[in-house]
Ligand binder design. Structure first.
Ligand SMILES: Nc1nc2c(ncn2[C@@H]2O[C@H](COP(=O)(O)OP(=O)(O)OP(=O)(O)O)[C@@H](O)[C@H]2O)c(=O)[nH]1
Ligand SMILES: [Mg+2]
Length: 691
């Protein structure tokens, strides 16, 4: 593709709820511009954006896709983001790399959860946006109902730009409220006057739209109120300003699969959406210093990596958006975030999975490079001489964990290599080896996300089984108790002799373990004291109740006996362990469970439900506060064992509207029914291991 000057570039993210039609719209825009010969269909698995086998299999987008096309001497870089909540990370990345967003809303389903979520991200990023009301050709589509809902949810910024001519199977075209022209689609496109039956509706909307636009300009507002006719050109310029500043969010309409309104949307992107040059300069840091980088192709290089993909043919592909300078092939760049040089070979532009070599990618444009060694999503690529680091990308924290194990023994190494690769590719996917529960955990945004991860592992030739994660319980003692440990064997052969007396007492939560040597008068020689401690520590590793680590205990060694010949290090270790076990039995062992800090954001109308559910999960509610716009923030402390599948529960209780965060708080004694259950499970596991 040829290199375009910055004013002729648009970077636009397509976002919205799952299934609203983003991928179909991408396809229609590319087809309309002649970038592809035929429009693929999501159902047929032949679209430009959904090329990954998981996407084809499921018929949904999982990964964001870049789809550039040329339109009237401009280059439009579409970033088609997934809508499903599990893949929100890629929507965040698309919005971060774009200069504007199109929020696609279905005229059948209306304003769904993820549309609100991406709207909030746009607000947070200060990103200009428009709404495209799609699927107007479908049965039960309603423009008026959708518009009312948009105004209801997003407020008075919402400004209708286009009106549908007809609806459902009669959807035939579009009335442009600003130009007061109508376009009907029947093979080609015919321009005409707004049809009579619509003009009654269109006239007041035209006035409203004008008002909303002129509001951003005082002098224009004055002339408008005085009744002076304002030129269409001036209004278009004012609209562009109003969109860029986010004070007006125009609503366009159409049908992606019928190709209605798609050309108007392309024109709208050129005429009314900001070029990279019209956006505020990028924020960056050089050491402690904060700077702003204007989008100058001859400035210092600063490119943000917004996506990493592993391609079966080329290997690792790194997608970047250039904010300053020009990204050229065959050079060494400096990864500021990782503090590492990277050798760059060819530079590409990608359309879906199709690559095209580029001679350069200047500020404002988007490109890709293969086989970088150290670079991860969110990093900045720059020059060593001018190492500016751009603000990274905020990815959501993973919400659901599963334990996995390779089906084939001996695949452990292959598994960890594959996990490493997948985590590099997907910033919302984490994995860890839990040293306490001896499980490998995969953590993601939800069931569908982890499902995809398991399938991707299989494509890396590692089949795994999944299980719920074990809770890292701990054990401790209830009260102070003493006991003697005797390890004495003196019948034949080399003798063994060690006796020690221990007093165990509870420490405060978080006190871990303390060992006190209170031996006086050499009852145990000094060189064997560490042996006793070692034995006790060994016993702490697996508690008597259910095999979990014993914590918050003080062990005081206060007496003992030894034999000049038969005592040894190992004998005192065994005696120490025995004394601990016996004293522990007397002191009473109890189970501690991890308690989490839970923050839930719920729509006001489901607060009652969520509270009820939380109390059935033994949660202590610490507060609930209405935070406005229909949302309530609930804070609670809740046992980890009760919320292992909270992301699933919460989604089903609120239709996917609520979000939560959970972090470890502290350990607490578990109620007796939990202790009994955990002890019984441990017993069962032990018996199975012995079979
Ligand atoms: N009738 C009709 N169907 C449409 C239209 N746009 C999309 N669809 C259908 O709606 C379904 C979902 O479309 P997609 O393009 O995959 O939607 P998406 O927003 O990309 O979905 P995700 O990427 O999974 O979030 C597919 O079956 C499309 O054929 C439209 O304008 N009219
Ligand atoms: Mg899609």
């Amino acid at each position: 593709m040829k290199t375009y000057p910055i004013e002729k570039i648009r970077n636009v993210a397509l976002v919205g709820h799952g299934g609203a039609g983003k991928t179909s719209l991408t396809e229609a825009l590319l087809f309309n511009a002649g970038a592809i010969n035929r429009a693929g269909r999501v159902e047929d698995g032949n679209t430009v954006s959904d090329f990954d086998p998981d996407e084809v299999g499921k018929g949904i987008s999982i990964s964001l896709a870049l789809a550039p096309f040329e339109w009237k001497e401009h280059k439009i870089n579409l970033l088609d983001a997934p809508g499903y909540a599990d893949f929100l990370g890629d929507a965040e990345a698309a919005l971060r790399a774009a200069d504007a967003a199109i929020i696609v809303v279905s005229a059948v389903e209306g304003v769904e959860v993820q549309a609100r979520v991406v709207w909030d991200i746009c607000e947070h990023l200060g990103l200009p946006r428009v709404i495209f009301v799609n699927k107007l050709d479908r049965e039960r589509a309603s423009y008026q109902r959708t518009l009312d809902e948009l105004v209801d949810v997003f407020g008075t910024k919402i400004a209708p730009m286009h009106l549908p001519i007809g609806e459902e199977q009669n959807f035939a075209g579009i009335a442009d409220l600003l130009a007061e022209r109508a376009y009907t689609y029947d093979g080609g496109r015919t321009e005409g006057d707004i049809p009579g039956e619509l003009s009654g509706l269109a006239a007041p909307l035209h006035e409203k739209l004008l008002e909303s636009i002129v509001e951003s300009d005082d002098s224009m507002m004055e002339r408008y109120l005085e009744g002076v006719e304002i030129e269409t050109k001036e209004i278009a310029a004012a609209l562009e300003k109003a969109v860029a500043s986010g004070t007006t969010v125009p609503v366009l309409v159409g049908s992606a699969t019928k190709g209605i309104g798609v050309d108007l949307l392309s024109d709208f992107m050129l005429d009314e959406m900001p070029s990279p040059a019209e956006r505020p300069p990028a924020k960056a840091r050089k050491g402690e210093e904060e700077v702003e980088l204007p989008p100058d192709p001859s400035g210092p290089l600063a490119a943000l990596v917004y996506k990493t993909l592993s391609d079966p043919y080329v290997g690792k592909l790194t997608f970047f958006r250039v904010y300053s300078g020009t990204f050229r092939p065959d050079q060494t760049v400096f990864n500021v975030t990782q503090n590492n040089d990277e050798r760059v070979g060819q530079v590409f532009t990608m359309r879906g999975k199709t690559q095209e070599s580029e001679s350069e990618v200047p500020a404002g444009d988007i490109g890709a490079v293969a086989k970088l060694q150290h670079t991860l999503t969110g990093d900045t690529l720059a020059n060593r001489q001018a190492p500016f680091a751009l603000t990274g990308i905020e990815f959501p924290d993973p919400l659901l964990a599963l334990a996995i194990e390779p089906k084939t023994k001996g695949d452990e190494d292959k598994l960890s290599t594959a996990l490493h690769k997948l985590a590099e590719e997907d910033p919302t996917f984490h994995y860890e080896r839990n040293p306490e529960t001896h499980q490998t955990l995969i953590k993601g945004m939800g069931e569908a996300h982890l499902d995809v991860i398991v399938q991707r592992l299989a494509r890396h030739h590692v089949e795994v089984t999944t299980a719920p994660p074990r809770v890292a319980y701990r054990e401790t003692i209830k009260k102070t108790a003493s006991a003697q440990g005797r390890h004495v064997k003196q019948s034949g052969g080399r003798g063994q002799y060690a006796v020690c007396s221990l007093e165990l007492s509870p420490l405060q939560r978080g006190g871990e373990f303390e060992f006190q040597n209170a031996i006086v008068g050499g009852a145990i020689p000094n060189n064997f004291i560490p042996s006793v401690e070692k034995g006790v520590r060994k016993a702490l590793e697996a508690g008597p109740l259910a095999g979990y680590p014993v914590v918050d205990v003080k062990a005081k060694l206060f007496d003992g006996k030894f034999h000049t010949v038969d005592s040894s290090d190992i004998a005192f270790q065994l005696a120490g362990r025995l004394a601990f076990r016996v004293a522990g039995g007397v002191a009473g062992i109890v189970l501690l469970e991890p308690i989490m800090d839970l923050d839930v954001m719920v729509p006001d109308d489901s607060v009652g439900d969520i509270m009820g559910d939380l109390s059935s999960k033994r949660a202590r509610i610490e507060g609930s506060e209405a935070v406005g716009r229909g949302w309530t923030h609930i804070k609670a402390k809740v046992p980890q064992g009760e919320i292992l599948r909270y992301s699933i529960d919460l989604r089903s209780k609120t239709g996917g509207r609520a979000t939560f965060r959970a972090g470890f708080s502290h350990y607490e004694e578990a109620p007796s029914h939990v202790q009994e259950k955990v002890a019984a499970e441990a017993q069962k596991a032990k018996e199975e291991a012995h079979k």
